[in-house]
Ligand binder design. Structure first.
Ligand code: C2E
Ligand code: CA
Ligand code: CA
Length: 409
């Protein structure tokens, strides 16, 4: 058993009676650090603070303002590392569907509780629990990097671009790459972007970071072009990049200087970020870049809240179905429904569709059967350093030629 006094639990439920009841049940079981909120917005404030961020959340699905499903999406945005128990008065089917959605977002779920909550069921679920967030804190180096360290890394070229191929599902042809930045830290080793993009955004460093990533990606695109490889090169653009009109000038200038065509450059913007509060300036910048023939891609589709009409207003060329709805969609009805809906929505709007997180043969076969345009994921290739790319392409073409990719197994 773990030392329960250190564990922070948060209950989110609009029913204040329920909050009191659950708090009492947990206190009886020895959990002394229990917080409660009667709405999602307040709960998110606690999650954003390192001192109050819970290890476990008991979440009511049905709440008037922000419901439980929407709340889960905000947890995903924040890369919440704790666990979740869903609580609801809804029937079993509804709870199971919600559980699958949570699972698709890769948030560890301990189980679900029906209202009225049975204290024995609650203690049974909690007893089986090993807090992930605590484990992670001990295991991986959970060092938080500060703005100074990141600034140093950018100026000393410790950031390195990796490139992950996007291939045509119908022909196997390599159509492009997505640029994914990593930090080669001299002491801590390889650090993934999830651990420093947020820091760059919060400290006004994201324009420097994106400039670095784009400049290197353009140099690489030029090298590929000169060796006869015409690839569409995508970079990830943060909403904070799109806060000022200078950004479009920067992108246009760098691409012109590199002597590349804007049509070969893709800007990926995450769906959930685009549907946020004030998006007028970002949308204006994107529209202008689109007019200059840059390709626009809507990323992590399925994790945000866009409607058909919102999508119609922004001239996206490409839609990327989030990996949470791709991998294993062949085996899971809920994932499959979201995958199918995203695919048909994109097709209706004339966008090219990329499925992300294609991890195995079964995932790939689903894309083939459903007529998805492009595939990206470890089944095709993990993200590669530039010097690994030419070897990979030879191997891939070999796989295609030998019928390993296009024939049904
Ligand atoms: P993303 O844009 O959704 O990128 C896809 C992520 O999925 C990458 O993680 C990639 O390594 C991973 N991935 C690829 N294939 C598979 C697969 O088959 N299975 C699984 N499970 N995962 C796969 P990565 O490189 O850690 O990047 C994480 C996120 O960081 C990216 O998500 C992107 O949003 C952000 N990011 C990366 N580079 C930049 C950048 O230069 N600027 C900004 N603003 N964000 C960046
Ligand atoms: Ca992306
Ligand atoms: Ca994505």
């Amino acid at each position: 058993m773990h030392n329960v006094s250190h564990i922070k639990i948060l209950i989110v439920d609009d029913d204040t009676f329920m909050l009191k009841l659950l708090t009492r049940m947990l206190t009886k079981q020895g959990y002394t650090s229990v917080n409660s909120c009667d709405n999602g917005r307040d709960a998110l404030k606690l999650i954003d603070n390192a001192y109050t961020c819970p290890d476990l959340i008991l979440l009511d699905l049905n709440m008037p303002d922000m419901d439980g499903i929407e709340f889960v999406r905000y947890l995903v945005d924040r890369q919440f590392h704790g666990d979740l128990i869903l609580v609801s008065g809804e029937d079993d089917r509804m709870l199971k569907t919600a559980e699958k959605l949570v699972h698709a977002h890769k948030i560890p779920m301990l189980g679900y509780l029906h209202k009225p909550v049975n204290p024995d069921k609650l203690s049974e679920i909690i007893k089986k629990w090993e807090p992930h967030s605590l484990e992670n804190k001990l295991q991986s180096n959970n060092k938080i990097y500060d703005a100074e360290a990141l600034r140093f890394a950018i100026s000393h070229r410790e950031l390195v671009n990796y490139y992950q191929p996007k291939v045509s599902v119908a022909t196997g042809e390599v159509m492009g790459v997505e640029t994914l930045v990593r930090w080669h830290h001299p002491i801590d080793g390889l650090i993934f972007p999830d651990r420093f993009i947020g820091i760059a955004e919060a400290n006004d460093l994201i324009n420097e970071l994106t400039t670095f990533v784009l400049t290197d990606a353009l140099t690489q695109a030029k090298i590929w072009q000169q060796s006869g490889l015409i690839l569409r090169v995508a970079i990830n653009v943060s909403m904070d990049n799109l806060a000022s009109l200078d950004f479009q000038d920067l992108v246009v200038n760098l691409v012109t200087k590199a002597g590349l065509s804007p049509q070969k450059i893709v800007l990926e913007v995450t769906e959930s970020q685009l549907m946020g509060a004030d998006t007028r300036i970002p949308l204006e910048i994107l529209t202008r870049l689109r007019l200059k023939r840059f390709h626009l891609s809507i990323d992590d589709f399925g994790t945000g809240h866009s409607s058909l009409s919102q999508l119609r207003d922004i001239p996206f060329d490409e839609l990327k179905i989030d990996q949470g709805f791709v991998h294993r969609a062949w085996a899971d009805d809920t994932l499959r429904a979201i995958y199918d809906a995203s695919l048909s929505m994109a097709k209706q709007l004339g966008m090219e569709v990329v499925a992300e997180g294609v991890e195995d043969r079964n995932d790939w076969e689903l894309l083939r059967q459903t007529g998805c345009d492009l595939a990206q994921g470890n089944f095709v290739s993990r993200p590669l350093q530039a010097d690994e790319f030419s070897n990979w392409i030879i191997e891939w073409q070999e796989r295609v030629r030998n019928g390993l990719i296009l024939d049904s197994a």
